[in-house]
Design a protein around this ligand. Structure first.
Ligand code: KG4
Ligand code: ZN
Length: 358
């Protein structure tokens, strides 16, 4: 019997449940990501991404940051059209799907719940297995989407709005965090300094744009002295704040007059901190395949600096395509692909979690 979704999409409810692991090489995964303010759905067949639809949420711009309740509501509005678009673009019928994947953690709990409930309902209706994916693990594995992907082991600097980590990847599902921030994430450092410069949220991409026109050595800000592979960014934010307070006292238009140089200098400071620790991680582990991932890996200065470091130190460097840097379901799908091959399924009683170790 065929059913119909409320947007008119025909649903084939007559599907025969395939047991997991049959025909694993051609396995078809529908993945959903809803951890923050992007609603995304992707279809992956045999480890190849056929579609990756991402709907952003403009509603937060006026508040200078993501408002969790508004984000959850926007996910509820977006999820059906986004999933529809994903399987339409992939040219896949619902009956071809072998498993449904969703972001289980970490993230905003109301947002995660929308994606999780949608995925569970679909899994129940289609009688398909469910795969829970850790968002940070997925950012790392976004590097496996490209045809030119790294061999294991590799190091990944994962830099997003909520995390800054150096991960040692020994195999797709054996990932070890060997360094992380003790306070702000790199994305927060971009967004918070952008706010001090009067730029709207999210400020990271705007700092990137303005930095392209400025001198990265125009201003110098405090550099943290954190042992080992740890990071700290809260001192940088304070250093920029005090500097701007002093300069704008003398000249109210200081920021306006120096915006490009200020953005270039902030960006340079953040990249310098990140690359120093990455170099240390290579020395410590002896692993010379080096990747970046997460929203901040979309930063053009960081992408260029990684490539230059690769040439200088003899590393093999890898950077995901832009659409797989910021939050996207393609990275959830590729992670779920490996979890499917490993037989790592989850029950309908699995709950999302705002915070979760991995
Ligand atoms: O991975 P992501 O999309 O979401 C989280 O999981 O947090 O990362 C979002 C972060 C934000 O802080 C945003 O400002 C930053 O990534 N970002 C950038 C750029 N594009 C996004 N930061 C610097 N330069 C960019 N081009
Ligand atoms: Zn993310």
């Amino acid at each position: 019997m065929d059913g119909e979704m409320n947007d008119g999409t025909a649903v084939d409810t007559n599907v025969v449940s395939k047991s997991p692991l049959q025909g694993a090489e051609g396995v078809c995964i529908l993945a959903i990501e809803s951890s923050c303010d992007e609603t995304s759905a992707a279809v992956c067949v045999g480890g190849k991404i056929l579609s990756n639809i991402i709907a952003g949420q403009k509603v937060h711009e006026q508040y200078g940051g993501v408002v969790p309740e508004l984000a959850s509501r926007a996910h509820m509005q977006n999820i059906v059209p986004v999933v529809d678009a994903a399987w339409a673009k992939a040219g896949i019928g619902l009956s071809n799907i072998d498993a449904i994947a969703f972001t289980q953690a970490p993230g905003l709990i109301g947002c995660l719940l929308v994606g999780a409930q949608f995925a569970k309902s679909l899994a129940l209706a289609l009688d398909k297995p469910l795969i829970a994916v850790h968002h940070m693990q997925a950012h790392v594995l976004a590097n496996l989407i490209s045809d030119d992907s790294p061999q294991f082991p590799f190091l990944c600097l994962t830099v997003s709005g909520g995390h800054t980590q150096i991960v040692l990847a020994k195999s797709p599902l054996a990932l070890e965090v060997i360094g992380e921030t003790i306070d702000d994430a790199a994305g927060e450092a971009f967004d918070k300094t952008a706010k001090l410069l009067g730029l709207p949220y999210p400020g990271g991409p705007l700092i990137d744009k303005n930095a392209a026109l400025g001198n990265p050595l125009a201003f110098k800000f405090a550099e943290p002295q954190i042992p080992g592979l740890g990071f700290s960014f809260s001192g940088l934010k304070t250093s920029v704040l005090y500097f701007l307070q002093k300069e704008t006292k003398a000249d109210e238009a200081f920021i306006q007059k120096n915006l490009h140089d200020l953005c270039a200098s902030v960006q340079h400071s953040i990249i310098t901190i990140l690359l120093k620790k990455l170099k240390k991680a290579v020395q410590q582990t002896g692993v010379t395949s080096v990747c970046i991932a997460g929203g901040v890996s979309a930063n053009s200065g960081l992408r260029k600096a990684l490539k230059e470091a690769g040439v200088k130190h003899g590393w093999n460097t890898f950077i995901p395509a832009f659409e797989y840097c910021t939050d996207n379901a393609g990275m959830i799908a590729i992670t779920a692909h490996y979890k499917y091959l490993a037989g790592q399924f989850t029950g309908l009683d699995e709950s999302p979690s705002a915070r979760a170790e991995w």
